[in-house]
Design a protein around this ligand. Sequence first.
Ligand code: ADP
Ligand code: MG
Length: 368
Amino acid sequence: MAEVTLSDLTKEYGDLTAVDALDLSVDDGELLCLLGPSGCGKSTTLRMLGGLETPTGGDVHIGGTEATDLPPYERETSMVFQSWALFPHKSVLENVAFGLKMDGVDGDERRERAREMLDVVEMGEFADHDPEDLSGGQKQRVALARSLAIEPDVLLLDEPLSNLDKRLREQMQLELRNIHDEVETTFVHVTHDQNEAFTLADSIAIMNDGEIEQVGEPREVYDDPTSLFVEEFLGDTNLVAAEAAATDGGVRASTEFDTEIALPVSEDAVSAGDALTVSFRPEDLDVERVDENAGAADDASALTGTVTDVLYRGSSVRFYVEIAGESVFFERSVGNADFDTDDRVRVSWNTDDLLVFAGGDRVGGGTP
Ligand code: ADP
Ligand code: MG
């Protein structure tokens, strides 16, 4: 186990800054997920941590030791890749023992440790098999065992599950979590999959364009995103453009909606006329059907609209509601999905559940 600190870490490829003065620390024994869209610099960051890429600037500390210029084999790190890259002409056991051989561990001990690691990944019974005979999920477990067998202080995983189909991927996420708890090694796990990060991570570092946007426990970054980027990337949410309108006793937003709505923002946080983005999370919306002849009963935290589309998504149903030109969605479980196209509905929410952003940054208080 070891803590990891990246300071001012930068990687340029010609004119392109792939990683931009990045600061990040990972605690001893923590499982940190580096999460972000494709091309944001996750792999480059991980490769600099493992010594497979030389930084243009900044430094890497592993377990309190400066490691920036150390070659991979002199660092206490081990990397698991997306492609499984097992040796085809060696048995599963020999594959797992390979790194130990390189480390000069003698034959008997090598095999014993390799067997132990195969047991950790629940592949003990396949020790004598040829890797060719294994399924994708089994190969990935063997690759994991091979990386863990050398007992690295830090295990680096670069989208190791992305070649697996959905069901197996979800199962492996849970197993990876259990393996982490068992071996108590520091894991830095790269993924572009939000669900994977939420399932696995002790903490999530969300990366955008070579920089870390936010770091925190999964619940914390989900409940309290500090930027519009994080809100959009993590949530499947309704983002509505609005303009701040000052009132006495709070701030309202005038939107495309006919009614001004109350915002959880104090008057000194924004000025009247500021362009805002308001996030209405589908899980925070209460929806009830209303009589189609009734007048709109809108207020500062409720609007009336018409269901335009009903989309079946397996176990849930997504409803789109048009409210004065804006399309807003909410979801219900299939058994509880009693709305139809053209239904008039009243959509309401708690003002405190709205998230408000100005110029990409969060304004106003956090949700509890
Ligand atoms: P991610 O893993 O988040 O998808 P990468 O770290 O692989 O992103 O890449 C970040 C950026 O750096 C991308 O724009 C990518 O095209 C670029 N890049 C990565 N490796 C190289 C390289 N060896 N040469 C030039 N550009 C690279
Ligand atoms: Mg990558």
